[in-house]
Design a protein around this ligand. Sequence first.
Ligand code: PRX
Length: 637
Amino acid sequence: MHYSFQIDSYEGYKAAYGKSVQQPEQFWSEIAEQFLWKKKWDKVLQWEFTTPDVKWFINGKLNITENCLDRHLASLGDKPAIIWEPNGVEEPHRVISYNELFFKVNQFVNVLRNNGVKKGDRICIYMGMVPELPIAMLACARVGAIHSVIFGGFSAQSIADRLTDANAAFIITCDGAYRGGKDIQLKSIIDDALVTCSFVRTVIVLNRTNTPVSMIKGRDIWWHEEIQKIEVQGNPVVPAEEMDSEDPLFILYTSGSTGKPKGVVHSSGGYMVYSTYSFVNVFQYKQGDVHFCTADIGWITGHTYIVYSVLCAGGTSVMYEGLPTWPDSGRLWDITDKHKVNVLYTAPTAIRSLMAYGLAPLEGKSLASLKVLGTVGEPINEEAWHWYDEHIGKKRCPIVDTWWQTETGGIMISNLAGITPSKPSYATLPLPGVQPVLVDEQGNVIEGNDVSGNLCIRYPWPSIIRTTYGDHERCRLNYFSSYKGMYFTGDGCYRDANGFYRITGRVDDVLNVSGHRIGTAEVENAINMHTGVLESAVVGYPHDLKGQGIYAFVIMDHAPDDADSIKADIMQTVSRVIGPIARPDKIQLVSGLPKTRSGKIMRRILRKIAENEPGAVGDTSTLLDPAVVEDIKNGGL
Ligand code: PRX
């Protein structure tokens, strides 16, 4: 599949960027025309950031899966759409052609229909990294059901919160998932979540690990038995549901600065256009390229750059089950060589953890098929950037440092591989259609170069968040109320003398742990549920591998006899309530927290202590009880 919107020179980039700012509607209309629509739009864009109300390709009708599948069948039917590498190296990999993927998605559409799924229904997907996961997502999209994929590392409580928020009556899960040497009991976690979610009608269970599971009559059904019924029915081909451009495609929950994760809602038309536009341009996709994104599909990176954009472009997407370090730390390099991967897209935290094993795991690996490397999820430190460049890309593969967010749907600021300049630790330049601005705390726009500020975007792009599910006001408050007429990203940013952007990290109470977003308030809420805890405050601190680690200051109702065992119990509580990804790295039991006279916790002070710079806590005179700070400093872990 070739899209004529692919930029092939720096001049071409500048021209496209200029046009996207001067004539945005015409610009995006010409791009959108290259997709398959059931009915063309009447109007390209209508927007208002104060409410917010953003609509793209108004009254356009489509189904994204016709762009991912049907459109390619004639020319690419036998070509691999998905290559799947299982966790266990002795298990054979699977190659799923476009024809086969189309067939399987269609079969599962029938399963969903047989079970009463209708357009607009919310379906929670809680599966491991198996090909049936993208099949389930595409089948939902084909019937117009809104999927909400939940990462396999979240707890029963987190799942129950998300199920309730989306009022999802259907769940698709697996008996278990393999992750390195562990088997995660997914169905059993779902069973725990369902204790409080009686509105769930149907749970479809894929057998992956042969783990014994409880199957409740009238509610739980096996994936393979449902497929057998469809085979008996003769695998009828059903037409894809006609979706309005603005009909939601999916919900994806992400953490913010409040205690409760929010359901980011993406549209059908705009998301399709922007995700594919960004994929083709950033990675400089060429027909037949094999794209390996190492993310989990439970995060936005997997949604966009394992599933939707790669398939819309007619590419081959490699997905793997397991861990980069299992069975050994050469895993990603073995997969790269085995499947002749052209584009490798991973997170700085993965690069750092693999760096720690030295160069031995790279011995005997060719990596000659690689053309482009990418990073995402957190700022990449220069050391990791150079290691990636030298030892993986062998100094012949451009590295794209891609900045974006769950809310943006696709890459926003990044160099285009081999086309626009790169600079270590810089995301560099915005994609066409993206208008970044830096603002100070008062909301004044900071002009010029060699300046820092809070990163906002002042004009809509097609895959911008539309709402937070069930609570539009929350969407306004979170993203559109801090700075008038602008979308606020929550990130701090530096623009260098050449106008290149470098993301410096979150400026709100959101942590980025191993490239995963976690709200400090969420972790505090979980800690406060532990018996005996009176209050807690959570901050991030620099962590060599994870980027940021979680540091919790906790006040107990009485001094414990065995502090270590209390800390271990608190960690276990957080794992139970949110999931292992939110487990604090360090807990310090304290007698008080630094508060202002109005009762606000001075996190700045706690951050300095967590960063091991107690000398830099600064002025404490405005505190209600400055002595508390000395106690914390002297308290140790
Ligand atoms: O702080 C930024 C960081 O990750 C946040 C978004 O997290 P999430 O919604 O989970 O999406 C991650 C994958 C797109 C951002 O607010 N971030 C993401 N990419 C980069 C980054 N920070 C620096 N450089 C990046 N390339």
